[in-house]
Design a protein around this ligand. Structure first.
Ligand code: IVH
Length: 707
């Protein structure tokens, strides 16, 4: 059967008969979907761009010959990893966060220590944590109104997912009606959709018997099954669901994580039996070993253990950073390893010009996935491990992270091998590639950088990819491949071009529609997606600019602090021009260090960057960042400075609390400060506040104000 399938794959499109065409379209749909998943959702791509394009072209050619055989899940209707149409969007009123990772016992001990430190002032508090398996599936959100399942969604980018209600309804573990009692009128249950090993094996047996492409792993298969436009296909896949979290709720229904999950169990959900609760780190770590020992016999994939602070009140106080709660952490299992041969080392040029060496490997299966590439990080790393072309190497892969080369098997090294020489020129533009000297340490940077700036096509393309990526402007249907193609054709050279694409060239849509894999419908969808992003949130916009050292957290902090783009840009530029007050304002932001400040100033001092930003601002208007209208918060939008020691809470908690209430926390006192909260031992900041006539509060005053 497999031989017959291979034969089919090699036949010229014109030679296929109807029945063969049908089978071939099925194979291609499956293959391309799996590659898309690997490319967009997992690690590095599994085939070259050329091979991928050839598959798409073949699919289109067969469809052209047999239009009535076109499948409902045809790859022609998809752009990159996402369906260009089909599912409605769902906004997550409570964002779906991800988890910070831990890789060692020490990381967990530190996590617990961080919690103890954060709540150090609450003397009699005993902190407890839950520990449960981390299911390797896909998170989903299930909205129940008056006990009835009314809407289900994917996680998407965390704030916006896709409406897959019909697909989720086919899952037996997801009740249509909640049972038991005491559930809130409105409750959004969250958890993981997954596929068991047994069902995965059965599905693959079936596929093999039919001569179809087999599936890669249970997780990807579950993902593909959930995003079927035709829910009857989902229904055949026997997916399962574990409930472990919740989002919107019309009223509190528990006081602890442990209790909340067990309530969900009473309402008819399957909850994982391996959850425990303890205040003893050693018990929590022993549970990790326990779960790890059972891993192979559980019957479903897990990739670690999740620890959560148990008290919901304390979770709320501890809060979240950027995309993950502070009160939870995932302790990942150690990665799986395999041995293979390193055929070649390629150099990739990143968004900021960093040259990253990538190992091209003989395909090898690691943890159920075929690996062909691994990152080599930088020149020092290659030298340290003495990695050479032709070497036999041990590679490892952990979850979604890019595979890595762990070490060389020296005994197997070919005799004629020679040490790898890192290139001195950028392979994309030929500019000098240099290692900068770190000013504070005086040492050479680990990273070799291309000095070509935006005139380097690789940097320009990466910058554009970053700009449209999920966590930045999140433009649907404009994936890495499309960006690279548009750049190569000269259609998009800088961010502003994205927004003028439609008007710039009346024939643009026609040109686009002629490209492989694009139809008129996907072109109009693309323009719709682009136009939907003309008023991005300020934090996303700042992050999208791709300024070095400005990640999401920093971008959000800058947005909160400055409120609008013009003010942000003005202060940074003035600071860069040596204006002392502006400089102080910038450095004074609690959370902005010298490195970030330097990087911001350097970015706006660069003429080319300013041109790019100015052109962009003609097309796009970032939304003003409104201080979170925290109902009744007396400090929303106010700038607060904490100084001296606090007694009722730690400085970190005071800061977190102020920010939650919509205040900006600054590290220095200036004319822009609204209030200074001064504890015992306050010195120069208090003095300055008094000089400037800024309101000064004691810790007790502050607590009275905000409680
Ligand atoms: S809690 C606010 N618990 O892991 C915390 N997540 O890496 C929300 N996951 O997106 C997540 N098992 O899809 C939680 N027992 C578990 C989990 C779990 C799997 C997934 C989930 C999440 C991802 C974060």
């Amino acid at each position: 059967m497999a031989a017959e399938r291979d034969q089919l794959a090699k036949m010229a499109v014109d030679d296929l008969d109807r029945e063969q065409a049908e089978r071939e379209l099925a194979r291609l749909a499956r293959k391309i979907a799996a590659l898309d998943l690997a490319y967009y959702n997992a690690d590095a791509p599994e085939v070259s761009d050329a091979e991928y394009d050839a598959l798409r072209q073949r699919n289109a050619a067969i469809e052209k010959r047999f239009p009535d055989l076109k499948r409902s899940d045809s790859p022609s209707d998809r752009v990159g990893g996402t369906l260009s149409s089909g599912f409605d969007k769902v906004i997550h009123r409570v964002p779906m966060l991800s988890l910070a990772n831990a890789f060692s016992d020490d990381d967990i001990r530190e996590f617990v220590a961080r919690a103890r430190k954060f709540f150090a002032h609450d003397r009699d508090l005993t902190l407890e944590f839950t520990a449960e398996p981390k299911i390797d599936g896909l998170s989903a959100s299930l909205f129940y109104r008056e006990g009835r399942f009314v809407q289900g969604a994917t996680r998407g980018n965390g704030t916006e997912g896709e409406d897959i209600t019909a697909n989720l309804r086919t899952i037996g573990d997801i009740p249509d009606h909640l049972s038991g009692r005491g559930w809130p009128e409105e409750i959004e249950i969250r958890g993981e959709v997954y596929m068991t090993h047994a069902d995965f094996a059965a599905l693959n047996r079936e596929a093999a018997e039919k001569g179809e492409q087999t599936y890669v792993n249970p997780r990807n298969t579950a993902a593909g099954s959930l995003r079927q436009l035709d829910a009857s296909i989902t229904a055949q896949r026997n997916l399962k669901f574990f409930a472990y979290a919740w989002g919107v709720t019309s009223r509190p229904f528990a006081t602890s994580q442990y209790e909340a999950v067990h309530r969900m169990g009473e309402w008819g959900f399957i909850i994982n039996p391996l959850m425990i609760r303890s205040g003893d780190v050693d018990v929590l770590l022993a549970h990790y070993r326990d779960i790890e020992a059972q891993r192979a016999t559980l019957g479903y994939d897990i990739d670690g253990v999740v620890y959560k602070l148990d008290s919901l009140a304390l979770q709320e106080r501890w809060g979240a950073v950027a995309r993950a709660p502070r009160w939870a952490i995932a302790y990942k299992f150690p990665p799986e390893q395999a041995t293979t041969i390193l055929d070649r080392i390629d150099i990739q040029v990143g968004r900021t010009g960093a040259l990253t060496p990538v190992a091209r490997l003989r395909p090898v299966t690691v943890g159920g996935v075929v690996v062909t590439n691994a990152t080599l990080h930088n020149a020092d790393e290659i030298a340290r491990k003495d990695i050479r072309v032709g070497d036999t190497v041990v590679v490892q892969r952990a979850g979604d992270v890019i595979p890595q080369v762990v070490r060389v098997v020296k005994e197997k090294r070919p005799e004629d091998s020679h040490p790898y020489e890192f290139p001195k020129k950028c392979p994309a533009c030929g500019s000098d590639a240099v290692r900068e000297i770190n000013e504070s340490t005086g040492e050479k940077d680990a990273v070799t950088r291309c000095t070509g700036g935006l005139k380097c096509p690789a940097q320009a393309v990466e910058q554009l990819k970053h700009f449209v990526s999920r966590r930045a402007l999140d433009i649907d249907g404009l994936g890495d491949k499309q960006i690279a193609a548009f750049y190569a054709q000269g259609l998009i050279r800088e961010p502003a071009d994205i927004f003028t694409l439609e008007e710039r060239d009346e024939q643009a849509s026609e040109k686009l529609a002629q490209q492989k894999g694009w139809k008129e419908k996907s072109v109009s969808n693309l323009f719709r997606a682009i136009n939907a992003r003309k008023h991005p949130d300020l934090d996303r916009f700042i992050f999208a600019l791709g300024i070095r050292h400005v990640g999401e957290t920093t971008a959000a902090l800058l947005a909160r602090t400055f409120g609008d783009f013009a003010t942000f840009e003005r202060v940074v530029r003035e600071a860069g021009e040596g204006n002392a007050e502006a400089r102080e304002q910038l450095i004074g932001i609690d959370g902005i260090g010298e490195t970030v400040a330097q990087s911001l100033m350097a970015f706006f001092a660069n003429k080319r960057n300013r041109e790019v930003v100015d052109a962009l601002l003609k097309q796009v208007t970032p939304r003003r960042h409104e201080p979170e209208a925290v109902a009744g918060s007396p400090v929303a939008g106010k700038t607060v400075v904490f100084t001296g020691s606090l007694e009722k809470m730690t400085r970190a908690e005071a800061k977190a609390m102020a920010e939650r209430l919509g205040a900006k926390v600054s590290g220095s006192v200036s004319g822009k400060t609204d209030m200074v909260v001064a504890g015992p031992g306050a010195g120069s900041k208090l003095k300055k506040a008094e000089q400037l006539g800024v309101q000064v509060l004691s810790e007790a005053d502050w607590l009275a104000l905000v409680s």
